[in-house]
Design a protein. Structure first.
Length: 145
């Protein structure tokens, strides 16, 4: 189990969670009613995770130290969630683009190798067209007065 999933594990009853978050249990109920936290239910009892407690601490910081009301806190939390979702999408896209870049480099390498024997470099000036071989020579001569 990774750290993110472990922090989402619902383990604390409301009294313990309130003590850990340094709030009154009723405050946790208010936060839940306002949609700020969403504890899981185990046998119809609220169970809080480490992530829920951290979220409560953040809510406390926003309200008490920064003077944000609960409606503002809800907006901030939603925006943070959207930013995190976007960050994950960007990382996934960057990973996909890196894979595509490697694939394209491999294709270019394969194409270059396939033409390596077909193209013979000729130093500049070594090929001279004979007068009769030039397709426009006669046309240019006829146009002169």
């Amino acid at each position: 189990m990774d750290a993110k999933r472990a922090s989402d594990e619902p383990v604390y009853v409301i009294s313990v969670a309130a003590r850990l978050a340094d709030v009154h249990p009723q405050t946790l109920r208010i936060y839940e009613r306002k949609g700020l936290i969403n504890p899981q239910r185990v046998r119809n009892r609220r169970r809080y995770s480490e992530a829920d407690i951290e979220r409560c601490r953040l809510i406390q910081e926003l309200t008490q130290e920064m003077g944000v009301n609960l409606a503002g806190v809800k907006m901030i939390l939603e925006l943070r969630s959207r930013v995190e979702d976007m960050r994950e999408r960007v990382l996934a896209m960057e990973k996909e683009m890196e894979g595509m870049r490697r694939e394209m480099e491999e294709r270019v390498r394969e194409v270059r190798e396939s033409f390596r024997n077909d193209i013979v470099p000729v130093p500049r000036g070594e090929i001279v067209l004979r007068r009769e071989a030039h397709p426009f020579r006669g046309l240019v001569d006829r146009m002169r007065p």
